[in-house]
Design a protein around this ligand. Structure first.
Ligand code: SAM
Length: 293
């Protein structure tokens, strides 16, 4: 009797996210391999290098036997591990993680790759703090990087995105937390998380984009202004994409929305490029991947 997992039937959104990343990393290194740049991969929310497979077991005798072996091997890899397997290889890897236990796992991952160990830096830090500091202080003359921002929720702050764009040398994949942001945009104006939303969007004009004021009559017939939430997930995603466009040389028009099993939108994947010269090809590759995976 064979067990196999639901990923065999098209895959979960995590697999799609990681497949897009992995294919982009290979394409990026191939495109730049003859250029004189030091290529850096930065994983700002690195995790452990591996991830737990959510198993929904099916028992179907003998079917997809080969696939099962292949898929279960690949799907357990997280972004850091996949980046280490990129071909051609990066010259330097920076793995940032705030959780000490996961840092220990990343150190084990480093030992699994002795030939690359000297290229790997593991930083126990807050991602926003580290990235802003790194972007401001690195000499970007001969350095180019791919940054993966894969938070659990609303951890990525706008000053971090600005610091990345300012280098003009980083291609960034951003997993934007649509569902979490939609929750922060509460229906009741008293419950809106103003500070948090300012930190995510970097400006305060999100309010007029997502809320409308209507004048209604109260029970005494007197006009009263009420604030109504007037946005859906599309509007939130488009607003963020337009924010990215204000600071990057190129932003992929295509994005990828990831849904949970109840078909509610969880995250939206964005891609942006800082370098004017590199933007058209990078955007073309990223859009192709987001369209086809
Ligand atoms: C969605 S997981 C990343 C998964 C990983 N990219 C992978 O493919 O395996 C998010 C990670 O970010 C870490 N994290 C949460 N807040 C952080 C912060 N402020 N700075 C750095 N890491 C953080 C969490 O401990 C967690 O491991």
């Amino acid at each position: 009797m064979k067990n196999f997992t639901e990923q065999l039937f098209g895959g979960s959104w995590t697999e799609k996210k990681l497949e897009i990343l992995k294919k982009y990393l290979d394409a990026y290194n191939t495109a730049l391999k003859k250029q004189p740049f030091l290529r850096v991969y930065i994983d700002a929310f690195a995790g452990t290098g591996y991830r737990q497979q959510q198993k929904r077991q099916y028992n179907i005798q003998g079917i997809f036997e080969e696939l099962e072996q292949e898929e279960s091997k690949n799907f357990l890899k997280g972004s850091a591990k996949l980046a280490l397997e990129a071909r051609p290889s990066f010259h330097r890897y920076i793995f940032i993680e705030s959780d000490k236990n996961k840092i220990d796992e990343l150190e084990k991952l480093q030992k699994e790759h002795p030939e690359k160990a000297h290229k790997i830096e593991i930083e126990q830090s807050d991602a926003n703090e580290f990235i802003q500091n790194y972007c401001d202080n690195e000499d970007w003359t001969n350095t180019r990087a791919v940054l993966f921002l894969d938070p659990f929720a609303t951890e990525v702050e706008w000053p971090t995105i600005e610091a990345v764009a300012k280098t003009q040398c980083i291609d960034v994949w951003i997993l934007f937390p649509l569902m979490a942001v939609n929750r922060l945009l509460a229906k009741d104006p008293k419950k809106i998380s103003y500070d948090r939303l300012n930190r995510i969007f970097g400006i305060e004009d999100w309010f007029e984009n997502f809320y409308k004021t209507r004048t209604l009559d109260d029970i005494f017939g007197q006009p009263v202004d009420i604030i109504i939430k007037a946005c859906n997930f599309d509007r939130i995603g488009n607003f963020y994409k337009n924010r990215l466009r204000t600071i990057f040389s190129g932003v992929a028009e295509n994005t990828k929305v990831f849904y949970n099993s109840r078909r509610s939108a969880l995250f939206q994947l964005f891609f942006a490029v800082g370098n004017t010269k590199g933007a058209p090809i990078a955007i073309r590759i990223a859009e192709h991947l987001m369209r086809n995976i």
